[in-house]
Design a binder for this molecule. Structure first.
Ligand code: ZN
Length: 275
């Protein structure tokens, strides 16, 4: 028992730092914030005959230091978590962000930004979106921006290239697992996948998996909704109907081919430098 009392007295003994001072009642006071670093508590008389004992307490500076430390830890954990989500997403390493958007397609970009900003609502209502338009119009660019923004929000995104669907590097069970597990499934360049019965079966399984979990799908494609509706091939028609049902928002990305524009600009630059 005596050992315990000695221990209690040792750990509650006042620790005075150089900047600390004593006030008129003999409490240790922080010389920086002016708050007491001790408080009196009731103790059994076996500890002190007065029934009172002063124990250390954190002054404002110490509380602020502890809070800052806590915030730093939370922030570091957040960064690590978002990094993991980004790797899981399989977005390309240099995936674009809205901050890189050159605003050539202001309206379309605004819709995509809103989609990302209001994703919680999109997710709740299971509202998918289809970005369609010609080659090189920036559909993938916008899809990547949405994906990046959602990773930053702590959302689980899965970016699946339709052309990778049947490559040997990807295992179908893993694709199906991620298609069901992600908050947003993105299928990039739909329609560019190999045109075979098997390919359309796999794609159908992916969409079916997604439909079952009732979570949104974002798709980029060269095919317009009209083309999809007019399709007469039954296998394709089945896929297209499912997509149109899952993507009530169809956004036409017209863009004067972004790639062509960049090429033109390069050509002008080269001419200016060389001729
Ligand atoms: Zn202080």
């Amino acid at each position: 028992m005596n050992g315990a009392i000695e221990y209690f007295k040792a750990v509650t003994a006042p620790k005075r730092e150089q900047t600390d001072r004593m006030d008129e009642e003999g409490y240790v006071v922080c010389g920086i914030c002016g708050e007491r670093k001790q408080q009196e508590i009731r103790v059994p008389e076996s500890i002190h005959p007065s029934g009172r004992w002063r124990v250390p307490t954190a002054c404002r500076c110490e509380r602020m230091r502890a809070e800052a430390y806590e915030r730093r830890i939370v922030k570091q954990e957040g960064i690590a978590h978002r990094k993991k989500l980004f790797l899981w997403s399989e977005l390309p390493r240099g995936a674009h962000t809205f901050s890189e958007d050159d605003q050539t397609q202001r309206k379309e970009s605004a819709v995509c930004q809103k989609y990302a900003a209001q994703f919680a609502e999109m997710e709740k209502r299971n509202i998918g979106m289809m970005l369609y338009g010609g080659v090189g119009t920036g559909k993938t660019f916008l899809a990547e921006c949405i994906g990046r923004a959602l990773c930053e929000q702590g959302k689980r995104v899965y970016f699946l290239r339709a052309t990778d669907l049947l490559s040997d590097i990807k295992s179908i069970p893993e694709i199906l697992y991620k298609a069901a597990r992600s908050d947003l499934l993105m299928i990039d360049d739909f329609g560019a996948q190999r045109d075979s019965k098997y390919a359309s079966e796999v794609m159908h399984s992916v969409l079916e998996q997604r439909r079952k979990v009732k979570k949104p799908l974002l798709l980029t494609t060269n095919l317009s909704p009209e083309t999809m509706r007019r399709e007469t091939d039954l296998d394709k028609k089945r896929l297209y109907d499912r997509i149109l049902e899952m993507c009530p928002v169809c956004l036409y990305i017209k863009g004067d081919s972004r790639r062509r524009e960049i090429a033109e600009e390069k050509k002008r630059e080269a001419q200016r430098l060389l001729l």
